[in-house]
Design a protein around this ligand. Structure first.
Ligand code: C5P
Length: 228
């Protein structure tokens, strides 16, 4: 399976002055944990990291340190995650029929989750890892603090990555999204906008996206626990 890792974000919400994926977490850069999990998944045989060119050397050094120097390609990042994935899709080898996309910031995803998604992708054109929402979610009127509605929690799932797709179909969805000016925060949303079905694969509660400093502390706790 081909794997694209969007890793071209900044450290803004982390309060960091550089790409948060290069920050240390339990003795390694955050992205190293993501790469280790992908490396340990037998279904993954090709990895493209989408990152800003000025950080390529950092990513190369990290991949080399994990013995993955030869298997990892670097692809230029975009201004948004959507643009970064678009760039990644252009760089996939022509023979790639299916692709998993996994945020570099979800550094606690397990190899089993990658393999579960790879297997499920043999039977559908679009899927995402997701877990049922634990909180009650409120829709708030834009620019106000007034609740508009409370969606039925039993129908709500928290989207994670990996997300997996048929490559040609996802490329078409991205092109349509660019023409229509759709701005989305995951690739499944482009599939949905195009009226295509996206299946859910059971995700992992520990598969959090390291976004703010508290996430770093929780991630460290989980990694420490896994080493016991
Ligand atoms: O900012 P956030 O954590 O939601 O980003 C999700 C993923 O998308 C991260 O792994 C981040 O590095 C990546 N990203 C990207 N290009 C951007 C912005 C974010 O590849 N321009």
């Amino acid at each position: 399976m081909y794997l694209l890792i969007p890793a071209a974000g900044s450290g803004k919400r982390m309060g960091a002055s550089r790409n948060k994926l290069l920050l240390p977490l339990f003795g390694k850069p955050i992205i190293a944990w993501t790469l280790l999990a992908a490396k340990a998944a037998p279904s993954i045989h090709w990895i493209g990291i989408v990152a800003q060119p000025e950080e390529w050397q950092d990513f190369r050094d990290i991949a080399a340190g994990l013995g993955m120097g030869r298997t990892v390609r670097l692809i230029p990042g975009g201004k948004t995650r959507q643009e970064s994935v678009y760039n990644g899709l252009q760089e996939l080898p022509a023979v790639a029929e299916r692709v998993l996309i996994h945020d570099g910031a979800r550094c606690l995803a397990t190899p089993e989750l990658f393999d579960r998604c790879s297997e499920a992708l043999l039977h559908c054109a679009g899927l995402i890892a997701a877990i049922p929402v634990k909180d009650t979610i409120k829709i708030v009127a834009p620019g106000t603090e007034i609740i508009q509605s409370t969606p039925d929690r039993s129908q709500l799932w928290a989207a994670q990555t990996p997300q997996g797709f048929d490559v040609e179909t996802l490329k078409r969805c991205h092109e349509t999204g660019r023409e229509m000016g759709w701005e989305v925060t995951d690739d499944a949303a482009l599939f949905e906008h195009c009226g295509l079905a996206v299946r859910i694969v059971q995700g992992e509660e520990t598969n959090l996206k390291v976004t703010t400093p508290v996430d770093l502390a929780i991630a460290e706790f989980i990694l420490r626990d896994r080493q016991k």
